[in-house]
Design a protein around this ligand. Structure first.
Ligand SMILES: Nc1nc2c(ncn2[C@@H]2O[C@H](COP(=O)(O)OP(=O)(O)O)[C@@H](O)[C@H]2O)c(=O)[nH]1
Ligand SMILES: [Mg+2]
Length: 326
């Protein structure tokens, strides 16, 4: 049995910035708790303030180190920061992100920083379902900026980009990252590119490669955003001023051109769609359970129905209140 949740109290505490309440709300998201609907309804009027920065790149490139350095730079402006570390490959919140947690200890005692690791493979819809809802929690809890670090494993970069206002793509010299980036579609989603580990050989060559590849894909309409390429040494907090300036510029551009609203509209549409898809799949599952799909399959196999007609009746059953296939 799910524990009863006093949603209004929890939301009020989270809005007052109480970390335990924020933690509990994000756990409700992770668990796809039945109270989630009520939680989201209560949070809705308090969202829309946070600027979401997605940070992606191959494992080991320096995402966590950069996140920590960014938190420090943002805290110097007295902003409230949320950090969401999303690991789409792990069903547990420990494991891969443990090292990150240790690294984030610098900020562990800062009440202006809320840090959370989140696993997303556990349930239907995965990253695209859980992350936006966790972002809403942090947004409503008063975070001015939310940094979302995700492990770069193929699809997750693109998914995170769809959720962020600004997407930061990290690369490092000598990792063949440029080619990987081109393959993974990263060049299209990056708003700001960072060549981290610039203390290593080949950083300038990597910067040139990335600039070149960006220029190949550019549409060149006036007013378009041209992704800058910034060099950093995150472990020594070098290059952070330039990185912050690039992030500021992008945020300003988003606001001035209307792209911020456009991105957020697209994000909300994606979110609605993925919630609806989860609901549809659940209903499909119920139908399967009720043998509706099996019956249709038998009719198709026996030549009594064609698969299109069978699919039509399945869709009709899923989207109506009927609990069986006609
Ligand atoms: N030499 C060098 N090492 C770095 C730099 N930034 C991070 N590292 C190191 O690279 C390793 C991986 O960093 P981490 O932030 O965990 O990468 P993540 O997997 O992308 O989150 C750690 O040992 C960091 O200390 C840098 O700018 N230069
Ligand atoms: Mg990391």
């Amino acid at each position: 049995m799910a524990r009863a949740v006093d949603v209004p109290a929890l939301v009020e505490q989270a809005r007052a910035g109480r970390p335990r309440a924020v933690a509990r709300l994000i756990s409700l998201v992770e668990d796809a708790h039945p109270a989630l609907r009520e939680v989201m309804a209560a949070l809705a009027p308090h969202t829309g303030n946070a600027h979401v920065i997605g940070i992606t790149g191959s494992p080991g490139v320096g995402k966590s180190t950069s996140t920590s350095a960014l938190v420090k730079a943002l805290r110097a402006r007295d902003l409230r920061i949320g950090v969401l570390a999303v690991d789409p490959s792990s069903p547990f919140s420990g494991g891969a992100l443990l090292g990150d947690r240790v690294r984030m200890q610098d900020h562990a005692l800062d009440p202006g920083v809320y840090i959370r690791s989140m696993a997303s493979r556990g349930h239907l819809g995965g990253l695209s379902w859980a992350t936006p809802q966790a972002l809403r929690v942090l947004d409503a809890a008063g975070c001015d900026v939310v940094l979302v670090e995700t492990v770069g494993v193929g699809q997750s970069e693109v998914e995170i980009a769809a959720m962020a206002d600004t997407t930061l793509v990290l690369l490092a010299p000598g990792m063949g990252d440029g080619i990987q980036a081109a393959k993974a579609g990263i060049l299209e989603v990056g708003d700001v590119f960072v060549v981290n580990k610039a203390d290593r050989d080949g950083a300038d060559a990597t910067v040139r490669d990335i600039r070149h590849m960006i220029s190949l894909g550019e549409s060149r309409s006036p007013g378009d955003w041209r992704p800058p390429v910034v060099k950093t040494v995150a472990s020594r907090e070098e290059g952070m001023d330039e990185l912050m300036a690039s992030l500021d510029k992008h945020q300003a551009w988003l606001g001035e051109t209307g792209h911020l609203r456009e991105r957020r509209l697209r994000r909300a549409a994606d979110e609605i769609e993925s919630i609806a898809l989860v609901q549809l799949r659940e209903r499909m599952g119920d139908l399967r359970h009720g043998r509706g799909l099996d019956e249709l399959a038998a009719q198709v196999v026996d030549g009594h129905q064609d698969p299109y007609a069978a699919a039509d009746s399945l869709v009709a059953a899923v989207t109506s209140d009927v609990d069986h296939v006609q």
